[in-house]
Design a protein around this ligand. Structure first.
Ligand code: FDA
Length: 418
């Protein structure tokens, strides 16, 4: 590429070294910067280019060899990179108002203008969800090329050994120490550890006295109890349009039976609002008045199981419905039985045994407590010069492009001040 020099060091360190950096007087030996960002993911790279546009000398450090790996796999390879309906209501955060300021300053329209300006084609899949038409690689290229153009130095494949604050922040790495007056934690969440996720952001924040809301997997499939697993094992692969309620939030969408439990968009959404040991409620026939359907067929000799088999997948009905009820003609059922069945179909209660955990969770809920941070700048109130952005914060978006949007919005906010 014309505007960059790629170098491999003997230690496997990967350098994306911008020519422009030389123009700014940065050399490979340079150790002092204005801003160091730990984490070359969505929020870190976005923030880096914003800082550099203000003339700041910026270094981004990452232990993974390739930057922005989660962006690359996001949206099944097409990155659902924003949502037209972005608003505070789609985020879970200890302080629900915290996100408002950053979201107002970096809107979905600005994201669309940015990608459109770079010739990236996109489309709205459903309910405001915006995906790349071709590939998420285009978003990663955008982030990397903005860093190159603005003279950001990105060092990957090194480990962070320690961080301390003297007159400036000193970050000691496997490639030696670097210093800067501003330090940005952009290490993301704990999900998908095989892609470089770690708990370093939480440890660093704690080191500087910031409170952490315990991290937990979110946007993640649920696990059945042992008994439910036995009952529903033959349902693996079945998908049903439902309405799932968790806490005080409801989500219309498909649930998908897996070998271990339940997945699918409505379940992933519900997991964000789920508390351990509580029940979720599933309406298996949303928008249908099943009690009325029973009344209409009150005199019919049709078997209950056969009637439900016209409304729901037969394999599921077999597993879900009590066998004696399934083989009973509707006319022989008592009103009480039919009422109870109608109620159960629209209020199927499940207490998940747990979730599939960080290995498959799309995001991590919890994180650095937002009360510790300025909602305008993302700077830590107790530690001037320290900024926290992206998923490592206690801000978690629903499924549908909200998490990447938060990475951009929080990175943009910090990028104006760090
Ligand atoms: P991000 O994870 O992007 O970057 C963190 C960086 O920090 C990584 O490069 C990591 O290597 C580095 N790091 C971590 N620990 C370190 C350490 N100890 N030392 C040095 N570096 C360290 N969201 C969305 O809105 N739309 C979507 O379509 C999807 N799809 C999706 C699919 C899958 C499978 C996953 C796992 C996630 C998504 N997401 C998503 C979520 C989205 O990818 C995520 O919220 C953002 O990438 C978060 O951006 P961050 O910059 O905070 O972290």
């Amino acid at each position: 590429m014309a505007d960059e020099v790629k170098r491999k060091t003997p230690f496997g360190l990967s350098l994306v070294f911008p020519r422009k950096a030389r123009y700014h007087g940065i050399t490979m030996d340079q150790r002092e910067f204005d801003v160091i960002i730990i984490g070359a993911g969505a929020s870190g790279l976005f923030c880096a280019a914003e800082c550099a546009r203000r003339g700041r000398r910026v270094l981004v450090l990452d232990h993974a060899v390739k930057p922005a790996q989660k962006v690359l796999i996001s949206g099944g390879g097409r990155s659902n990179f924003t949502n037209l309906n972005v608003s505070a209501e789609h985020y879970r955060c200890g302080n629900p108002h915290f996100v408002r300021s950053a979201l107002a300053r970096f809107t979905p329209r600005q994201v669309l203008d940015l990608v459109q300006g770079r010739g990236i084609a996109y489309y709205e899949k459903e309910a405001g969800q915006i995906f790349c038409r071709k590939s998420s690689r285009e978003i990663v290229d955008l982030l990397e090329s903005d860093c190159r153009r603005t003279g950001v130095l990105v060092l990957t494949g090194l480990s962070i050994e320690s961080v301390r604050k003297e007159s400036s922040f000193i970050v000691v790495t496997s490639n030696g120490p670097f210093s800067a007056s501003s330090l940005v934690i952009a290490t993301g969440g704990m999900s998908y550890p095989n892609l470089g996720a770690s708990d370093m952001g939480y440890r660093l924040a704690k080191q500087f006295g910031l409170r952490i809301v315990p991290p937990r997997p979110a946007l993640v499939p649920f696990l059945f109890s042992h008994a439910e697993r036995k009952t529903f094992h033959q349902c693996a692969g079945i998908s049903i349009d439902t309405n799932v309620t968790s806490g005080n939030r409801s989500f219309r969408g498909n649930i998908l039976f897996t070998h271990k439990g339940l997945s699918g968009p409505a379940i992933l959404q519900a997991s964000l609002y789920w508390e351990q040991k509580t029940a979720i409620t599933i309406d298996l026939l949303p928008g249908l008045d099943i009690a009325e359907a029973f009344r209409e067929k009150r005199q019919s000799r049709m078997l209950i199981g056969n009637l439900l088999g016209t409304l729901l997948p037969k394999r599921f009905v077999q597993a879900w419905l009590d066998e004696t009820l399934s083989t009973r003609p509707i006319v022989e059922c008592s009103n009480k039985d039919l009422q109870a069945l109608a109620h159960d179909l629209q209020h199927w209660l499940i207490v998940p045994a747990g979730t599939e955990g960080f290995k498959t969770a799309e995001v991590t809920a919890g994180g650095v407590d937002t009360d510790e941070l300025s909602s305008k700048t993302m700077e830590a109130k107790k530690a001037p010069g320290l900024y926290v952005i992206g998923e490592v914060m206690d801000v978690t978006g629903e499924l549908g492009g909200y998490n990447l949007h938060w990475a951009w919005a929080s990175g943009y906010a910090a990028g104006q001040y760090a």
